[in-house]
Write a protein that binds this ligand. Sequence first.
Ligand code: ADP
Length: 287
Amino acid sequence: MGGKGFNQAVAAALATGGGSRGNVSFYGTVGDDEAGKMLKDKLFSRWGLKNDTLFLDPAKATGRAIIQVADDGENSIVLFNGANHSEIIEDQEKLWPAGTTHLLLQNEITLKSTIKALESALGLTTIFNPSPMLTNDEITRFPWSKVDWLIVNHIEARSLLASLSLQDSPQDIKDVLNDLTRQEALVSTRIVCTLGSNGVLASVPGVPVVFMPAAPLQGPVVDTTGAGDTFAGYFVAELMALDRQDVQEVDVARLLKVATRAAAMCVERAGTVDSMPAAEEVERRFG
Ligand code: ADP
């Protein structure tokens, strides 16, 4: 089971204690088939996600991802878009019910749907994890100023910078981040750059760059699939719990700490959503 949106929704639901510290709704579209049914049933019965936001497109098959995992835990993913590229979301008049505070987007639906979601998110805190990264052309026309928080891994950061600056990216990832923050499109965006086993960097305007090393593992790396999604879901859940808008250094450090701890536990186990830890497990391990 998966799709980055679903994975991240599950991670956020786990991080919020299945509704006790905030509600998480997953917006997406499935086909009228066994895969769609399985996703829908498991989605609703198992993860404590709100269930009125999954659309059905009878004209398309449910999207699929074929994930290959190497012996060292690294992965490679082949995608079949199917209903993920349905236009049903694009046609919705109103997407977000009253009380919605945060919108977390990936890039596994059409770009038109993503932009529609972003543009209808007035007043919400928006978080974008463009994975897979947009094409050069899409990067140039994307409304980046509507993104409050950008979450990218180091590869995505480099290709985003190369597209925005029309130059090769520097070697050092800290320089990449620094250059990204200077791009006109991203001046008001807070940027989080994950570095796999090397941890994460975050740049928030007005706050010194924060580095958080990866959390220590209790065993070998088994499967890194879902680590980035666990990170994003826990990060946003922690963001939902923040009680001030003007994020400070201590807040950034806290967001990164919780998210890296959860993501580390995810790589110790096989699977994607099945390897994501519950908030209590993270607390039990790290206090
Ligand atoms: P993505 O899966 O999106 O490429 P990363 O590989 O950067 O994202 O991983 C996201 C986060 O997961 C990292 O910032 C780190 O906190 C955690 N993580 C990934 N791999 C490991 C690892 N081998 N050990 C500990 N933590 C890891």
